[in-house]
Design a binder for this molecule. Structure first.
Ligand SMILES: *Cc1c(COP(=O)(O)O)cnc(C)c1O
Length: 421
């Protein structure tokens, strides 16, 4: 199936007389006829359902759909994108370990990696997103267990050289984890470029309608965990009656471990109702992404033509930074998100934003409706000036998330915003 078809048909195929649409299975638990059967479920939890803190039939369909869209072997949904980022690292790093992350990633992820994980004894080594192969390689330490980056960073819109980052990670025997939130598998499939694990905040384009927060982790099933660097995968898990993940679940040890160990313990699993809504978003993901890209390119060209901005970043735009990498990794467009820096800095940016009528001022992105955000006063407020610069953010920077309204209406709104400054 082509990806547009997968969006509609993967994950759930009703049998004779069953509902056309996967129902919301609103149940915390599942019934078995005997104690022996329950015991068997615990012996191999991948075969049947135990408890909705870590598995649920409605969510299971969505997991299968997203795994198929990314070209992976298994996926696990989480209650937020933050939970997906957290688990993606904790699944392989423990106190005393380090991992590398691109410095130009989502502000929330920078806080999680740089502050909270640090308190847990895990060090995040931040590296410039456009580091050379040698610079990236030089950042590794003996205890480095993973590398993390974003396909198309929020909000800096830098494009990561996934193939090169994967090559360096693999040369050091560790997996590359990619946050593919902005690109979605419609615009880029990181596994095809060597990434091993993909995560998403499904709250963005996948949901698309600004109705529920969620996340997902997808396993390519390709990384070899048996080098000796990952005893958590290759040695018995005493908290799970001695299971060795790479032996018993060789098809997707990373996801099975994430579910049976970390989701069991943390319980950040989405509600069935949220997964049902996420599936509705996924069904139209392919058509929506095409239209976001078309609208955003038109809007980016318009913004550039006004002469009122220092720069416009929209990697699909020829003169934009990141254009060369976008041609390789995102040939069909670079999502609906544009960032630009208004001449006049912070004050002009605030004035412009407060003048908009159609575009709403909200802490969100990738909504079906056009919205704007001032990163320096909102999502990236907790960052130091130094971290802001590293994340590619200045006071005049505006993140514009172009929606699916008629593009003439979006431009008319921006026009009156520009005339107000
Ligand atoms: C929003 C976002 C997150 C965090 O996701 P939540 O669903 O808000 O927890 C992580 N990564 C990226 C790229 C994001 O845009």
């Amino acid at each position: 199936m082509k990806i547009e078809t997968q969006c509609l048909h993967e994950g759930y195929t009703p049998k004779n007389g069953e509902p056309r649409v996967m129902p919301i299975v609103q149940s915390t638990t599942y019934v078995y006829e005997s104690t022996d059967e329950v015991a068997a479920v615990f012996d191999d939890p991948t075969k049947s359902l135990i408890y909705s803190r870590f598995e649920n039939p409605t969510t299971d369909c969505v997991e299968k759909k997203i795994a198929a869209l990314e070209g992976g072997v298994a996926a696990m949904c989480t209650s937020s994108g933050q939970a997906a980022s957290l688990i993606s690292i904790l699944n392989i790093c423990e106190a005393g370990d380090s991992f590398i992350a691109s410095a130009s990633i989502y502000g929330g992820t920078i806080n999680l990696f740089g502050t909270t994980l640090k308190k847990m004894g895990i060090e995040c080594i931040f590296v410039d997103h456009d580091a050379t192969e040698e610079q990236l390689s030089a950042a590794f330490k003996e205890n480095t267990k993973a590398v993390f980056g974003e396909t198309l960073a929020n909000p800096a819109l830098t494009v990561l050289d996934i193939e090169m980052w994967a090559k360096v990670a693999h040369a050091h025997g560790v997996p590359l984890i990619i946050d593919n939130t902005f690109a979605t598998p419609i615009l880029c499939r990181p596994f095809e470029w060597g990434a091993d694990i993909v995560i998403h905040s499904t709250s963005k384009y996948m949901d698309g309608h600004a109705i529920q927060v969620g996340g997902v982790i997808v396993d390519s099933g390709k990384f070899d965990w048996t080098s000796g660097k990952f005893p958590c995968m290759t040695e018995p898990d005493e908290s799970y009656h001695g299971i060795v993940y790479t032996e018993k679940y060789a098809f997707a040890p990373y996801i099975v471990k994430a579910r049976m160990q970390l989701m069991r313990d943390f319980g950040c699993y989405p509600a069935a109702n949220s997964s049902f809504l996420l599936n509705l978003g996924l069904e139209t993901l392919a058509v929506r992404m095409k239209q976001y890209c078309e609208n955003a390119l038109t809007v980016a060209e318009y913004i550039k033509s006004t002469g009122k901005v220092e720069f416009v970043t929209y990697p699909a735009l020829e003169e934009s930074k990141g254009h060369e990498l976008a041609k390789k990794y995102l040939p069909n467009g670079t999502s609906g998100v544009i960032s630009f820096s208004i001449k006049g800095g912070r004050n002009a940016a605030v004035k412009f934003m407060d003048s908009l009528k159609l575009a709403s001022n909200e802490v969100h992105v990738a909504d079906i409706r056009t919205c704007v955000l001032h990163p320096a006063s909102a999502t990236h407020r907790q960052l130091t000036d130094e971290q802001l610069v590293a994340a590619g953010i200045d006071g005049g920077l505006i993140r514009l998330s172009v929606g699916l309204e008629n593009v003439d209406d979006i431009i008319a709104d921006l026009e009156q915003g520009f005339s107000a400054i």
